[in-house]
Design a protein around this ligand. Sequence first.
Ligand SMILES: [Zn+2]
Length: 263
Amino acid sequence: MSHHHAVNEPRGAVARQLHYRTLADKQTGAWAIYITHPGNQLGRAHEPLELADTHLPTVLFQVGRHPHRFRGACLGCDWESDRDDTNVLQAVEAAHDHTHTGWRTMPAVHPQPPAGRASTWAKQVTAAYPDGWFARGGPVLTIRPGPADRRPLPGRAPGGRGYDLPARPPHEHPPRPPPQHRRPPPSHSSEGWNGMPESSSPDAPRPAPRPRRSRARINHGQLMRDLDAIAAAHPGRTVAPVPARHRAALGHVERWQRSGSSR
Ligand SMILES: [Zn+2]
């Protein structure tokens, strides 16, 4: 797998975008920031573009090449993903692995409601995430009502800086370490994406992952009980207890929080 670097092409999202602006023929395969993504400055193509003072995610694409190829990149340094993707979401996720380590452990929340209730949503979500997370351009993970809607939405996190990224159902994450020598997981750990049990016994062998029905709905009552149980089982460790007034914003607490902290 090679990136086909042209000898005179610069490296990094900002440098590539500035270089791209200078090209007379823009369809010859140079990498530039993908339309509507941070730093593209759609409609303001000649405005100044400078390195950000912090690492911020964006995505490059190879102009004029079809089908598109995407590459995660950073607005604060010359980092680029070492892997190209045909899927823009995967490239955006790779960029977040560089800019916001730990983003995959953030709670997944309900999508932003229609205007009118959006400010309440933003307040609740901000309270559920780490202090300063969104000011630093961190993403919000939302549970999309349509399982097919996996678009990364730049600028849609509270505060307008970070991405709104689709939360991944647990079965899309890498497998956890084998359970030998570990205590049996609490019963709620065997619950699926929709809050319903996958297996009735915590000691039963874990079944092979299987595709879940795409029309699964969140069981909100079960979810609130899960939050209580998870917070009680892991005091101060993985899931911070969330004040009751903020719980409406939490859609689901992803189980990879625990797998990520137990390596
Ligand atoms: Zn960076």
